[in-house]
Ligand binder design. Structure first.
Ligand SMILES: NC(=O)c1ccc[n+]([C@@H]2O[C@H](COP(=O)([O-])OP(=O)(O)OC[C@H]3O[C@@H](n4cnc5c(N)ncnc54)[C@H](OP(=O)(O)O)[C@@H]3O)[C@@H](O)[C@H]2O)c1
Length: 309
């Protein structure tokens, strides 16, 4: 039996005792790793990495018996190439569904109901009402209809929008369209939301051609990964006043202070905070506890990430 390293101490006080014979250590990614005994580091077989600690991966070199890594992020494209051979990777699929979906919904509502304008008017002492777009009765394409996409769909339907599902492959029985159908689908949508992972196939997937296919005034939302959307092409459409955008993720990140996207008309930006909300922690704790139970029982861990090929 190898040991387990997790980001938070005392989870057993909230979630019940750890399985018999399992030694569980905690490292938050910020305190010096030397506080863990060399004996513990030598024995760690499963490591649940601390969330949003950019250089936590430095510990990989100190874990000789490591067999599995659990990331608490849904997107693991930067971590994947750093893992030693023979170490399985598991991602945080599902942990960020609620937070990212509600952020996407917030961006959509803010853009449709022009909240940035009203906030500016509030500060300027202006009272200048007019009719706005709405989310109700809008048609929304979810490009990357996976875990977050499904959570977003539930929220959109509650707002009386119509949803068009798009994924890598068509699943006609579930009304999911293949990405190849985008040129036919996009002219009919009011809002396109990208919830795509970053992979070689999705980099630049939503480019000049897809943007040009959208009708005038359409809204482009990105809460997946910045590189899946062609920034230069979007900038051209926004600057021309033809398309609007609400982006939680950008290319590059952080977006430089003088980047033209910051000043483009009709563009609303947030600094990659979709997943970072209070609803993350309890969900993450439940996943950690379940993975430790499975690890101790010799069962398959949840959320395996296929090796890159
Ligand atoms: N803004 C934030 O803070 C934040 C928070 C969490 C996650 N994210 C990002 O959101 C991404 C999605 O997360 P998730 O949990 O929803 O992932 P997921 O459940 O794996 O869903 C991904 C979706 O993307 C589709 N897809 C993959 N490659 C594609 C391609 N080449 N063309 C078209 N569609 C493709 C998949 O299609 P199939 O179903 O056909 O395979 C699936 O529908 C993560 O990878 C992460 O980068 C961002």
């Amino acid at each position: 039996m190898t040991d387990v390293l997790i980001p938070w101490p005392q989870l057993d006080e909230r979630h019940g005792p750890w399985p018999d014979g399992t030694r569980v250590h905690a490292w938050d990614g910020r305190t010096p790793v030397e506080r863990l005994s060399a004996d513990a580091l030598d024995a760690v077989g499963l490591w649940v990495m601390p969330y949003a600690v950019a250089d936590a991966h430095r510990l990989l070199a100190r874990l000789p018996r490591l067999r599995a890594v659990q990331s608490l992020s849904a997107g693991v494209e930067k971590l994947q190439p750093l893992l030693p051979d023979g170490v399985a990777l598991h991602n945080g699929r599902g942990l960020h569904d609620a937070s990212t979906a509600e952020h996407a919904l917030g961006l959509i509502l803010a853009a449709q109901r022009e909240l940035p304008r009203w906030v500016a008017d509030q500060g300027a002492g202006r009272w200048a009402p007019h009719f706005t777009r709405s989310l109700a009765d809008s048609r929304v394409a979810i490009v990357g209809y996976g875990s977050i996409g499904e959570a977003l769909e539930r929220r959109l339907l509650a707002c009386e929008a119509e949803v068009v599902r798009v994924a890598r492959r068509a699943r006609p029985e579930h009304h999911v369209h293949a990405v190849e159908e985008l040129p036919r689908l996009l002219p009919e949508v009011d809002i396109a939301v990208l919830t795509l992972p970053e992979t070689p196939a999705t980099t630049g997937l939503f480019g000049a051609r897809e943007l040009a296919a959208l009708p005038d005034g359409a809204l482009v939302v990105n809460v997946g990964r910045g590189r899946t959307l062609d920034t230069a092409a979007l900038l051209a459409e926004a600057t021309a006043g033809r398309l609007r955008a609400a982006l939680d993720v950008t290319d590059p990140e952080p977006l430089p202070a003088d980047h033209p996207l910051r000043r483009a008309p009709g563009v609303l930006l947030t600094p990659h905070i979709g997943g970072g909300a209070a609803s993350f922690r309890p969900r993450a704790e439940r996943l950690v506890v379940e993975q430790v139970r499975r690890w101790a029982a010799g069962e398959e861990l949840l959320n395996p990430v296929p090796a890159q090929g």
